[in-house]
Design a protein around this ligand. Structure first.
Ligand code: GTP
Ligand code: MG
Length: 305
């Protein structure tokens, strides 16, 4: 039947910082997953929905696959493979520039993904990303080398940030989807609740502003969400840090850092939500939130892995 609908899942996996979330946002055409220059930005599965003709493709953005150390790391890796093995197709995003510069961590992470694909007996579409940063001949050699591993069904060379060759990839993903009724309503582009998205936007701004290891020791939660009579929304969020000593870093001199974060997050939320936003941020210490079971279920992660 010519007009049968198709729908399914495409899991986006790859090393931290490869550009997975950037790719998901580019394919969806809207921001559904936060993006920062820091590794391990995405902590849990985020689903973005793209349409291609009669086909609905649910893109599952996953945390980067890497060597797990802390409990949060292990939960993130588990979430990545869960997303991958349940999907109709797997997209492995590789930062081609980092790979060519032989950045040890990236190379090891890519090897880990290849091993994981072998273990799960799965094939993936290889996406070499960030081609805006490298020479074409280097790219072809890299493509050849990775293709020889035998775990890839196809290779695409793209720039997620610039949107180059994204459309071809979209067509390929559509082909991989089975015949099925659509999984989400036509106008839905993400499965993140507004409360969670709002917390993620604040976390993105914090990552952009605070440096070093601190981002991994913080989490943001939306505590209250009130629709106001004038059409605006009043949002209260708490930034949890692990130690008292982290608090002044978040606040900044005279509260400057948290003020910048609040402003930047508010502006973006107003665009995403399409209404005026009053955003209130509080900083609290919660020692060991990384070992707190309740936080994991709030993020959709499994505590016991
Ligand atoms: N030059 C260039 N930079 C890119 C491209 N795609 C993504 N980036 C940048 O790479 C960084 C990481 O992008 P993300 O999309 O957050 O990467 P990720 O794979 O989701 O990272 P994690 O969530 O930490 O696993 C950001 O600074 C992006 O702006 C690209 O095509 N070209
Ligand atoms: Mg990400």
């Amino acid at each position: 039947m010519a007009d049968a609908t198709r729908a399914g899942f495409a899991a986006i996996i790859g090393a931290p910082n490869a550009g997975k979330s950037t790719l998901v946002n580019a394919l969806v055409g809207r921001k559904v997953s936060i993006v920062t220059p820091k590794v391990q930005t995405t902590r849990f599965q985020v689903r973005g929905v793209m349409l291609h003709g009669q086909t609905q493709i649910v893109l599952v953005d996953t945390p980067g696959v890497f060597a797990p150390r802390r409990r949060l790391d292990r939960a993130m890796v588990a979430a990545a493979w869960d997303g991958a093995t349940e999907a109709d197709t797997i997209v492995h995003v590789v930062d081609a520039a980092a790979q060519l510069n032989e950045q040890t961590r990236t190379v090891q992470d890519v090897e880990r993904v290849i091993e994981g694909l072998r273990t799960h007996n799965a094939k993936a579409i290889l996406v070499l990303n960030k081609i805006d940063l490298i020479k074409r001949e280097d790219l072809l050699a890299l493509s050849q080398k990775l293709h020889e591993t035998g775990v890839y069904s196809d290779v695409f060379m793209i720039s997620a940030a610039k949107g180059d060759h994204i459309d071809d990839l979209g067509v390929e993903l559509a082909k991989a989807m089975p015949e099925s009724p659509w999984l989400y309503p036509e106008d839905q582009i993400a499965d993140l609740s507004e409360r969670l998205l709002a917390a993620e936007v604040t976390r993105e701004k914090l990552y952009l502003r605070v440096h070093d290891e601190l981002p991994y020791a913080l989490t943001v939660e939306t505590e209250s969400w009130k629709a106001m009579k004038d059409g605006s929304v009043r949002i209260e969020q708490v930034i949890f840090v692990e130690r008292e000593g982290h608090k002044p870093i978040i606040l900044g001199k005279g509260g400057r850092t948290v003020k910048w974060v609040g402003e930047a997050a508010r502006k973006e939320l107003e665009i995403e939500l399409g209404r005026r936003v009053h955003l209130f941020l509080f900083v609290k210490v919660r020692p060991n939130w990384g070992e707190d079971r309740a936080r994991y279920s709030a993020m959709g992660l499994d505590f016991d892995v």
